[in-house]
Design a protein. Structure first.
Ligand SMILES: Nc1ncnc2c1ncn2[C@@H]1O[C@H](COP(=O)(O)OP(=O)(O)O)[C@@H](O)[C@H]1O
Ligand SMILES: [Mg+2]
Length: 301
């Protein structure tokens, strides 16, 4: 009798242990979805997306960068790549997502956007579904899925943001850019965004300006929206960044010791550090690409 009970307890403990182990394993295999966003175009989203992604690769992360600015897809051009296929082919069901992924520099994988075809904001429901189904297949193959979005806050773009693990808002110190960034934070906050929110201030003239603009933005979000935003850092205005684009090479690779490259490295470190802390504090909160897509579909309903 006693022996039976002890066996039962041992069995129960074993089951719990197995369950926890499998949950941990699942959590670890998932991709973290980071969406880069700004209200206005031309503030540095694509620049940050590429260089952040490359820094993450350098830190040993497996990263795929998706060009979701389908109106003006240009990540491939910025890196001097000439993809044969892009998201257009996935949406039109002539290619699978794995067939369109191309190898960028530094071990970075890239999903080229379909330039000028239609944008994320205007995809028809069946096209969107097709894209989401294909994206699901990437879960567990990558540590990070970084999504470079277009400008604006349409319903589809907002749903992308709401579904992300991390939303990284980028702004310059210009008042119009700050106002636009604030509208994004407001729009996701009013839709009960549950992920992490980060801020990067781009094209600052000094460290002092970067710190001041960021801190002001953070306080305004806290005061008027009750929303926490973590400041990841700022990037100095650096004409050589344009040079990188003209040479079709990633800035952090041609000028790794430049101040702006060091700024981006700091930003990467902070993003990674923050995610590490959260990952160890609790079981991985990230639902992976599948979690992202399930949430995304939910918000569109
Ligand atoms: N820190 C910076 N200093 C100088 N120029 C920059 C900086 N960041 C971006 N740029 C330039 O600004 C322009 C827009 O950048 P881009 O990344 O394409 O913006 P977005 O993707 O938001 O439209 C590009 O010409 C780029 O070279
Ligand atoms: Mg862009």
């Amino acid at each position: 009798m006693m022996r039976d009970q002890a066996d039962k307890l041992r069995q129960m403990a074993q089951n719990v242990k197995r369950q926890i182990e499998s949950e941990i394993k699942e959590g670890q295999g998932r991709s973290r979805v980071v969406v880069i966003s700004s209200g206005k175009g031309g503030v540095g989203k694509s620049t940050l997306a590429i260089n952040l992604a490359l820094n993450l690769c350098e830190q040993g992360q497996k990263v795929v960068l998706m060009d979701a600015d389908m109106g003006l897809a240009n990540l491939d051009v910025m890196l001097g790549l000439t993809p044969k296929y892009n998201l257009f082919h996935v949406i039109k069901e002539t290619k699978k997502i794995r067939d369109i992924i191309i190898q960028g520099p530094g071990g970075l994988d890239i999903i080229p956007g379909g330039s000028g075809i239609s944008d994320l904001a205007n995809l028809k429901e069946d096209e969107l579904n097709k894209l989401l189904m294909e994206m699901k297949k990437l879960d567990r193959s990558y540590d990070y899925l970084i999504i470079d979005t277009g400008a604006g806050i349409s319903k589809n773009v907002t749903a992308f943001l709401l579904a992300a693990d991390d939303v990284l808002v980028i702004s310059t110190p210009e008042p119009t850019s700050i106002t636009d960034a604030y509208s994004i934070v407001k729009s996701i906050t009013s839709n009960s965004y549950g992920g992490n929110l980060y801020l990067v201030v781009n094209r600052v003239s000094s460290n002092a300006e970067g710190i001041m603009v960021a801190e002001k933005f953070r306080l305004v979000c806290e005061k008027f929206l009750g929303q926490d935003i973590t400041i990841l850092g700022h990037i100095i205005n650096e004409p050589l960044i344009g040079e990188g684009v003209r040479r079709q090479q990633a800035f952090v690779q041609i000028y790794p010791r430049n101040q702006a490259a060091r700024n981006i490295k700091y930003i990467t470190g902070k993003l990674l550090g923050n995610n590490d802390i959260m990952n160890s504090a609790a079981a991985n909160k990230s639902g992976g690409i599948k979690g992202f897509l399930d949430k995304f579909a939910g918000f569109l309903k």
